[in-house]
Design a protein around this ligand. Structure first.
Ligand SMILES: C[S@@+](CC[C@H](N)C(=O)[O-])C[C@H]1O[C@@H](n2cnc3c(N)ncnc32)[C@H](O)[C@@H]1O
Length: 256
């Protein structure tokens, strides 16, 4: 009924061509959601029956057919290097990522974080560089948390001062052990995320930037250019790998 009313509005305001375009777009989205929903039980089953708890097990799971729905948007080698740095010693207790999307990095972080960790994952519905995630995925992502962990899925703009305030409220005076910046990949976007959220990281904590090895001007991706300014000013580490399809990719790390 709601769809019919909406179609009638579009017909009156924008004409029959727009009705057809919008109907095709809605049908496509429904089809994709149905296809994705069919993949969710494999993720749940595997996490319930045999939860991965080591870096190797997490990587093996995330690149297995069971994890097709949530595969990280990372090249395996770069993510492995980051996981070994962040989770190779004492497990972090406060983690935040900007850029949830398919939930791949979130799944890895929850599996390897301390049993009582607070994990914040932020994504803007319809945001550039991925488009966020549909609300039906919220329970799936929540299920990544171990029983004693607290997971906050925030669907909002990282650049809004209100979002920053909300995150400060969640942390309630605690500092972040680990921050992954993997949201808005434009020069100004990544710069703002860095400036707004790096002050929340504890001295010595890890601040990681995804996609430092390349710029893709055709889609506005300029993390590589921003990273050049960061690395010129700050002691840093780089995990660079060559992917046969994507070419040079990498993650850059500085400390809080
Ligand atoms: C590359 S994806 C994240 C991938 C994820 N970290 C992984 O590897 O599994 C980037 C996400 O950032 C989100 N994003 C873009 N701009 C944002 C903003 N201003 N605030 C919050 N999220 C944003 C997009 O919606 C997109 O889903």
């Amino acid at each position: 009924m709601r769809l019919l009313r909406r179609a009638a509005e579009v017909l009156v305001q924008q004409g029959p061509r727009m009705v057809i375009i919008k109907a095709a777009w809605t049908a496509r989205n429904h089809y994709l959601a149905l296809k994705e929903k069919r993949l969710a039980p494999a993720v749940r089953r595997r996490l319930h029956n045999d939860p991965p708890r080591t870096i190797d097990a997490v990587l093996e799971f995330l690149w297995s057919p069971d994890a097709d729905l949530i595969r990280p948007e990372q090249v395996r080698g770069e993510l492995e290097a980051l996981l070994r740095l962040v989770f190779g010693g004492d497990a972090p207790r406060t983690i935040m990522e900007i850029g949830t999307h398919n939930g791949g990095t979130l799944c890895a972080f929850a599996a390897l974080a301390a049993d009582d960790a607070t994990i914040i994952s932020l994504d803007l519905p319809g945001g550039a560089f991925g488009g966020g995630y549909m609300p039906w995925k919220i329970p799936l992502y929540q299920s990544f948390a171990k029983p004693g962990q607290t997971m906050h899925l925030i669907r909002d703009d990282s650049h809004s001062p209100l979002t920053l305030e909300r995150i400060r409220g969640i942390l309630a005076g605690r500092q972040l052990d680990f921050l992954l910046i993997d949201g808005d990949h434009t020069y100004d976007g990544v710069k703002l995320d860095h400036e707004m959220y790096a002050p929340l990281v504890r001295p010595g904590g890890v601040i990681a930037f995804h996609d430092i090895a390349r710029d893709l001007p055709q889609i506005g991706n300029a993390v590589g250019r921003y990273w050049q300014t960061v690395k010129a000013a700050t002691p840093h580490q780089e995990f660079r790998v060559k992917d046969p399809v994507l070419g040079d990719v990498g993650i850059g790390v500085i400390r809080g």
